[in-house]
Design a protein around this ligand. Sequence first.
Ligand SMILES: O=C(O)CCC(=O)C(=O)O
Ligand SMILES: [Fe+2]
Length: 353
Amino acid sequence: MASELSDTLKSLPSHHFQDFYTLKELPESHAWKPVDDDLCPFGHHDMVAEQVPVVDLSDPTAERLIEHACRTWGVFQIINHGIPTRLLDDIESACQRLFSLPMHRKLRAAREPDGTAGYGPAVISSFFPKKLWSEGFTIFGSPLEHARQLWPNDYMKFCDIIGEYKKEMKQLAQKLTWLMLSPLGITQEDVKWAGPEGEFEGASAALQLNSYPTCPDPNRAMGLAAHTDSTLITILFQNNIAGLQVLREGFGWVTVSPIPRGLTINVGDMLHIMSNGLYPSVLHRATVNLTRHRLSVAYLFGPPWEAHVSPISKVVDSDHPPLYRAVTLREYREMRAEHFDKALSLVRLRAPN
Ligand SMILES: O=C(O)CCC(=O)C(=O)O
Ligand SMILES: [Fe+2]
């Protein structure tokens, strides 16, 4: 076992991997205090007592409520979404099972330095001078190979849960994307790459499992630094522990209070572009906790990698000229990898009115 571990570590930049579970104090490398203007590229904002809208998907007026939430917040929570409770419990247990493995086991599924899938720190961490108090596991396609490395004798349970979760999320994401586009007058005819039935067949999708271990000094630590998602939409499940915060323009950071078995939906950069800026791509971050281990699962739903995404003609006219040029997700992800939060401005054609 020991030699296996040292082999793994030799091939990886070991400073990338932090075993949070053994730390009794916050190391200087992880001390963000305060979340100030220098460290957070988006500036400092005060917490405010606002509430992210909650939409009951079984409510006949859901579409109108979603439109309002998208225009004002770029994020909302949903209940009565049809995802089985048992599946949400299963995915939470799968996360617990994964992240509670000893470090040497998790490292068997470590993300390669230039890779995208597997175990490791948040990809955005390289853009910040301080380290993040979190660990993640990214899944593109099948998790089979990594699961086999993590649990050589018992990997199918994890794969089955992930497979079922992704299938359910895909359906929900398709439905939600249309619920978000329809109020803008955008139909299947306007989005050719969504396919003849609007089924988003070639959509890109990833599952990001996030773990925020208990932290000895949570007020000076950052779980996940402020970012937008490059997705169309993101569907986030959080266990019953607060931590997700969203930036409400003009107000400040607002905590998304967990609703048992609720899901949080946020507008990503691609939907922001399609809506020609009508829907803000919400800036969000995750804080950490002194006594409770927070887990979250983000389903990142995007256009096909090669589809040209641009402001849809229905929301463009002479008073509202296109704010963005067409871009593929592949090109956009490359820009994000290099320029992070500047990527959106790089595809911007003009300032909004
Ligand atoms: O853990 C959270 O609440 C946020 C996760 C997130 O923003 C992400 O995975 O992109
Ligand atoms: Fe995110």
